[in-house]
Design a protein around this ligand. Structure first.
Ligand SMILES: Nc1ncnc2c1ncn2[C@@H]1O[C@H](COP(=O)(O)OP(=O)(O)OP(=O)(O)O)[C@@H](O)[C@H]1O
Length: 709
């Protein structure tokens, strides 16, 4: 009955959605400029993303008014037809409880198939008796959780729970950290939080979202959630893929060689950043008098000038700093040459007077006056130098490198003769040191020729060399150029690039880090560097940390300023599976309590078991990494963080690291089977048909007996 009543309204909403899409298509046909066209295409993609399950909720208030809640807001003639789930008006849909009904009498959940309403379920919140059109039944959450897994996470906007919603809607705009046991909805919260931040905080929305996950399989698993929430401007990256420039492509994972974890842990420590900074800083010169050999000439630069040249690069990354330093020195060299020229001219003048008795300067000035012209010829350089030196600066030519020294995705090293002293067309600032030349207007040419002189660049290279991040990292590690990089080196390379070429160009309005316990301190620096606004959602669980992890607390990960939330309700594993893990959790994280499960099922089976696998059931065999090649189709434990399956077989439990075992044993929504050895698993034989599952989900024949180990 409720479904029929709702159908007409829902049809109006879809009509409105179609009309908006038609308007956009019509505008696109008019060939708008590329920027507008891109914006229109994004809006069209967002409309398409909202199509499936457009409306899912309704609240009826005690004052008789009501609202429908859906994936996006829709209006007809200025009147709201559908309210975006992130809008403040929609908040009571998630937060109202019988104890705090927030003015809501009835909360209704609608379920659609295509554009048709197939069911409604109501909760009465104000204690009033259900009216005839109220449809009170099993909770939609229970229904959502009971559905078989599809191999991809779906959004949970229709059933977001109050404790989750409070985090999603938090007004805090800095780093939000969410912790909780496996299956407590951390990923769900993180992705919905990202969608909320983009909706509620326009500054974050101006740039896209970066979602960082442990590996490609996980990213595939969550890839549909944000688009289904209307957010398409999202980059998904593995922790190793964040930097996304060469030489990262195709690097071997560090994790599979012996001793690799220990090496990765040591490369991941924060002190590596300090050591890199020291190495790079050590390549800058000191403020002492230097002599530059320029061919047959030797030019001396005094300590004061050196100090000023070094100060010109203060706060800049190494290579852009070198450019600023060189620019200053070039001006200084130009001044020295001008002084030498002026001195020579003065000497010639003096010799001419002495030999001929004619003061050429005075004669020319008299001639000019007789022609009615002022004598505005330059005076010798020495006459005004001191004043101008106090007020001008050779670096003020407008072409100094950006103080931030931002680098592009693959920052090229500086060309041999950079920088040009002044860009063509820009007015060079008068050189403090060379007023005579400045007034003659050829200061630019003089500096350009000095800057382009390879001897000058060579001389500067000896005191402030250009650096290549890869060379510096190799120096840090004491590693030869023929030793191949591994993924454990990426954060070091990124750190070195930031020090040498400047921070990355690609930054994001909001960053989500999932399975955050896996990041090393150096990885955190990579991530936070890409989000200067610190609008970040971090979710993880240290009890699930892998063997290569180094960080044991949130402060160590993200610094002092963050808002911490803890989730306590488990939406994945059954109470029985949780209970089975109690002893293990007490061993690996004694400070943690088991979460509370909302579902029940069979107790885990160890050894012999009947596996009766339904056609729709998603099954995984999870094994320690070193056995992955031996067991056809098994998922190594390092690749199953964040994933879930209906049934999980954990093979060779005594060969897992203890925290890895906890991860493996908390992936099942229904059944957990512990198979004590690979041999016992192989005796199962066969594999069931693949069904929308992640790539290497194993197949197991139905109704086979797991033999005793
Ligand atoms: N409010 C909700 N409505 C429906 N399903 C939910 C809700 N919250 C969580 N779930 C489901 O519970 C399961 C576990 O959620 P999720 O993967 O976010 O947990 P997690 O804490 O990130 O787990 P892990 O630590 O293992 O990565 C998922 O299937 C998710 O869709």
């Amino acid at each position: 009955m409720g479904a029929v009543d709702e159908q007409a309204l829902v049809a109006r909403m879809y009509d409105r959605l179609d009309a908006e899409a038609d308007e956009i298509r019509a505008e696109l046909e008019g060939r708008p400029d590329p920027e507008r066209a891109a914006a229109l295409r994004r809006r069209l993609a967002a409309l398409r993303g909202a199509e499936h399950g457009l409306v899912f909720g309704r609240i009826d208030r005690v004052d008789g008014t009501s609202l429908h809640i859906g994936r996006r807001g829709l209006r007809v003639d200025g009147e709201p037809l559908l309210v975006d789930w992130r809008a403040p008006a929609a908040a009571p849909f998630y937060a109202a409880t019988p104890a705090h009904p927030m003015g809501v009498r009835r909360r209704r959940h609608l379920r659609l198939a295509g554009r048709k309403v197939v069911s409604v379920a109501d909760e009465i919140l104000d204690g009033s008796a259900p009216a005839p059109d109220d449809v009170v039944g099993d909770g939609p959450l229970a229904e959502a959780l009971a559905a078989p897994r599809t191999g991809r996470m779906g959004d949970a906007i229709a059933t977001l729970q109050a404790e989750q919603d409070a985090i999603v809607r938090s007004p805090y705009q800095g780093i939000t950290v969410v912790q909780g046991g496996p299956g407590t909805g951390k990923t769900v919260v993180a992705l919905h939080r990202a969608a909320y931040v983009l909706f509620a905080f326009p500054a974050a929305a101006a740039r896209g979202v970066l979602v960082v996950g442990p590996d490609a399989r996980f990213l595939d698993y969550i890839s549909r959630v944000l688009p289904s929430l209307g957010e398409n401007d999202v980059r998904l990256a593995t922790r190793n893929g964040v930097t996304a420039t060469e030489p990262q492509a195709g690097l071997p994972e560090h994790g599979h060689q012996p001793g690799a974890d220990a090496a990765a842990r040591s490369k991941g420590r924060a002190e590596m950043a300090d050591r890199l900074a020291e190495l790079v800083a050590g390549r800058r010169p000191h403020a002492a008098t230097i002599r530059l050999s320029l061919g047959t000439d030797t030019v001396e630069i005094g300590a004061a000038a050196m100090s000023e040249a070094i100060a010109a690069a203060d706060g800049m990354p190494h290579n852009p700093g070198r450019a600023a330093f060189k620019e200053y020195l070039v001006a200084e060299l130009a001044r020295i040459r001008a002084e030498a020229t002026a001195a020579t001219l003065e000497r010639i003048d003096a010799e001419t007077v002495e030999l001929t008795g004619v003061d050429l300067d005075a004669a020319v000035a008299a001639d000019l006056r007789s022609l009615g012209l002022a004598d505005d010829r330059p005076r010798p350089a020495t006459s005004r130098r001191a004043d101008e030196r106090a007020t001008t600066h050779p670096g003020d030519t407008g072409d100094r490198p950006d103080q931030q020294g931002r680098r592009g995705r693959s920052a090229p090293s500086q060309p041999a003769n950079d920088p040009a002293p002044s860009p063509p067309g820009s007015e060079p600032a008068p050189s403090p040191a060379v007023p005579a030349l400045a007034e003659l207007d050829d200061v630019r040419a003089a500096r350009a020729s000095i800057a382009a002189d390879p001897l000058v660049d060579e001389a500067i290279e000896r005191i402030w060399p250009r650096l290549d991040p890869a060379d510096v990292v190799r120096a840090l590690l004491g590693q030869d150029a023929d030793v191949p990089w591994t993924t454990a080196d990426l954060a070091l390379l990124d750190e070195a690039s930031a020090l040498i070429d400047g921070p990355p160009e690609e930054i994001y309005g909001h960053v989500v880090v999932d399975e955050a316990q896996e990041l090393t301190e150096m990885d955190w620096r990579v991530v936070l560097r890409r989000c200067p606004s610190r609008s970040v959602t971090v979710v993880g669980d240290f009890a699930q940390a892998g063997t290569g992890s180094t960080v044991t607390g949130w402060r160590q990960a993200v610094g002092e300023r963050f808002e911490l939330h803890t989730l306590t309700v488990n939406y994945r594993t059954t109470a029985e599976i949780l209970e089975y893990n109690r002893g293990l959790l007490a061993e690996i994280a004694p400070e943690q309590e088991l979460s509370r499960s909302v579902r029940h099922g069979e107790p885990p089976a160890v050894g012999p078991a009947i596996l009766d696998i339904g056609a729709d059931e998603l099954v995984a065999v999870i094994c320690p990494d070193h056995l992955a090649d031996e067991i056809d189709g098994a998922i190594p434990v390092s690749a199953c963080r964040g994933l879930e399956f209906d049934t999980v077989l954990v093979v060779a439990p005594d060969q897992f690291a203890r925290r890895d075992l906890y991860v493996a044993q908390t992936r099942a929504t229904r059944r957990l089977v512990i198979v004590l050895s690979p041999g016992a698993l192989l005796a199962l034989g066969g594999r069931p048909p693949h069904r929308g599952a992640p790539a290497s989900t194993p197949r197991i024949r139905r109704r086979r007996r797991v033999p005793p180990p």
